[in-house]
Design a protein around this ligand. Sequence first.
Ligand code: FPP
Length: 259
Amino acid sequence: MTELKLSIDKDVIDEYQGPVPKHIGVIMDGNGRWARERGMMRIRGHHAGAKTVRTIVESCRYLGCQALTLYAFSAQNWGRPEDEVKGLMSLFDLYIKKERKTILDNGIQLRVIGKRARLGPKLIKAIEGLEEVSRHNSDMVLQVAVSYGGREEILRAAKEIARLAKEEDLDLDDINEEMFSSKMYSPDLPDPELIIRTSGEFRVSNFLTWQSAYSEFYVSDLYWPDFNEQEFVKGLNSFGGRERRFGKTGEQVKNEVSS
Ligand code: FPP
């Protein structure tokens, strides 16, 4: 186990005594509104949001989560104004350089999921460099979804399965949920147990569409740049207090726990 070097308020995280989600997904929303309400350019909100990224990454690492997936840029975000897209791409590049040490010092493995070919050679090189050096880290996976869409990920899997059926005699009876899951970007990760969305919006927005079938949702009213350890613990407490039934009855679940 790596000795942790973290800058978060650990006492706040220690207040949470419930079950730790193996995988947490976060839809980081509200950067633009945060900036606009302060009379700033939207990109300033994204820069402020990058600081919150550090807080949530460290909090999840401290808590002992196996994986954290952050929705940083959707396939649909390419339609935003050119200067905002450029600013975000520069910010991702800066993040990789600035957070390299924190990621490596804390045994975190970085993965970027999505259509990376659109990101440009410089950013791709930076991503692949950090993915490579952090590849053997096993304390937590930090998965950043960039140029990502849940439907696109499902389509990509469906095309690969169609190819196997056409070219390698895959039997249709062998196509099941487990096999389909194995064609997703990160088949080794458990599905997210908790998905947090900030800025009070109740939408999934094409995030982990396949994997979120049974995820619990927590919606925070705070804009992403204001999200912090306290609000994270609120989300965890909400998750910890829920009964997860996976389609069964409450009585069945209670009997399973007590047997
Ligand atoms: C959504 O808020 C946020 C984004 C599209 C970008 C998220 C990016 C970051 C938090 C930057 C740092 C991330 C990493 C991984 C370094 P919005 O712009 O849609 O906000 P709005 O709904 O208020 O307009």
